[in-house]
Each structure stands twice: as structure tokens, then as C-alpha cells.
Design a protein around this ligand. Structure first.
Ligand SMILES: O=C(CO)[C@@H](O)[C@H](O)[C@H](O)[C@H](O)COP(=O)(O)O
Ligand SMILES: [Zn+2]
Length: 195
């Protein structure tokens, strides 16, 4: 890979973040408020996604359970992407499409929030997780990209979609990580008055 190509990747990532920074702050604040209200009411946040988005799901949950940038109590969050025995047995006995939804049905309660991450908006296991979350009277915060995919057809009136204005999975994910940190900062500011 040439140095020029690497410079081009940085330029594209910068451009994507600039475009997202023009259109996403308001919807990120709305999503943050949904999460804050969930946590204030004793709820928890479940997170899921595939591949790089599984990493994002775990990144988010770890920063709630441990901490983001300030000293504060642990906050309840669970990434549904980590328990290989659960994931492999559900995929093996039922379907890969059910690896998240079966966990949502077991762990999710009314008032909890599902953070559903899919750059295409078309991953079947994330779609089924959203449906399971609605069955459990949970709200959904979705992080997507492109045109939002099939997930666009699932959202209820209380759900929030944070859609990155890009088509490259990698560029979308680079903004998703910034969104995750913005959500963590919003939660800390609202619940603990910031640093
Ligand atoms: O991280 C990357 C690409 O940058 C890949 O691992 C990517 O996450 C995988 O192809 C996922 O299966 C894509 O799923 P989704 O984002 O469309 O739901
Ligand atoms: Zn990636």
C-alpha cells in the first residue's frame, strides 16, 4: 500500500467525520437522553453488532461498566457479543440469526435499552435483536450507515437511529466510535456533572 493511499484514507475519514459532525449531534443527544433516562430508572443497556461493530458493542459496554474519562460508579451495560459458549450453542442449535435475540429475551427487561450496531442496517441477527427488544418493551438506539438498510422498517416511535452519512463500512465504523465516546461523555455529564 503506498503512502499516498494511506494519506487518502485519512482524508476520507476526516471528510466523513466532518459531514457527520454537521448532521448527527442532535440525534446523538437524543440517544444519550434515552440512555440517561434508562439508567436513572434502574435499567441497563445491552449492545450488539458483528465484526468491527461487535468490538464497538464491547467498547461501549466496557466504558459504562468500568469508566469513560471521569471517576464515577460503574453503570449497568452488557455486550451480547462476548460469551462464546452462548454464541456458539445458539448458532449451532438454532441459527446464527438468533445469537443476540435469544440473549435479549433472557436478559432484557421493560425500560432497558438495546444499542444495535450495523453499518449496513441489514445484519439479520441485529434485526432479530431489535424485534426481541421491542417484545421486551425496550427502546432501541441504532447506529447505522448507508441508507439505513432493512432496520429502517423496524423502529418504533421511541427508537433512535444514528445514521452515518457514508457508504464505506470502515469509514462508518470510524464515526461510530466517535459516537460511542460522545454518548459516554453525554451520560457522564448528565448523571455526574462531568469531570
Ligand atoms: O470491521 C469490518 C469492516 O471494517 C468487518 O468486520 C465488518 O464489521 C463485518 O463485515 C460485518 O459483518 C458487517 O456487518 P454490518 O456492519 O453490515 O452489520
Ligand atoms: Zn472494521
Amino acid at each position: 500500500m503506498s503512502v499516498d493511499r494511506i494519506r487518502q484514507l485519512f482524508a476520507e475519514s476526516l471528510e466523513t467525520k466532518a459531514k457527520a459532525g454537521e448532521v448527527l449531534p442532535e440525534v446523538i443527544a437524543m440517544a444519550g437522553q434515552v440512555m440517561v433516562e434508562c439508567l436513572l430508572n434502574g435499567g441497563k443497556i445491552l449492545s450488539c453488532g458483528n465484526g468491527g461493530s461487535a468490538g464497538d458493542a464491547q467498547h461501549f459496554s466496557s466504558e459504562l461498566l468500568n469508566r469513560f474519562e471521569m471517576e464515577r460508579p460503574a453503570l449497568p451495560a452488557v455486550a451480547l457479543t462476548t460469551d462464546s459458549s452462548t454464541l456458539t450453542s445458539i448458532a449451532n442449535d438454532y441459527s446464527y440469526n438468533e445469537i443476540f435475540s435469544k440473549q435479549v429475551r433472557a436478559l432484557g427487561n421493560s425500560g432497558d435499552v438495546l444499542l444495535a450496531i450495523s453499518t449496513s442496517g441489514n445484519s439479520a441477527n441485529v434485526i432479530q435483536a431489535i424485534q426481541a427488544a421491542h417484545d421486551r418493551d425496550m427502546k432501541v438506539v441504532a447506529m447505522t450507515g448507508r441508507e439505513g438498510g432493512e432496520m429502517v422498517n423496524l423502529y418504533g416511535p421511541q427508537d433512535i437511529e444514528i445514521r452515518v452519512p457514508a457508504h464505506s463500512t470502515a469509514r462508518i465504523q470510524e464515526v461510530h466510535l466517535l459516537v460511542i465516546h460522545a454518548l459516554c461523555d453525554f451520560i457522564d455529564q448528565q448523571l455526574f456533572g462531568g469531570a
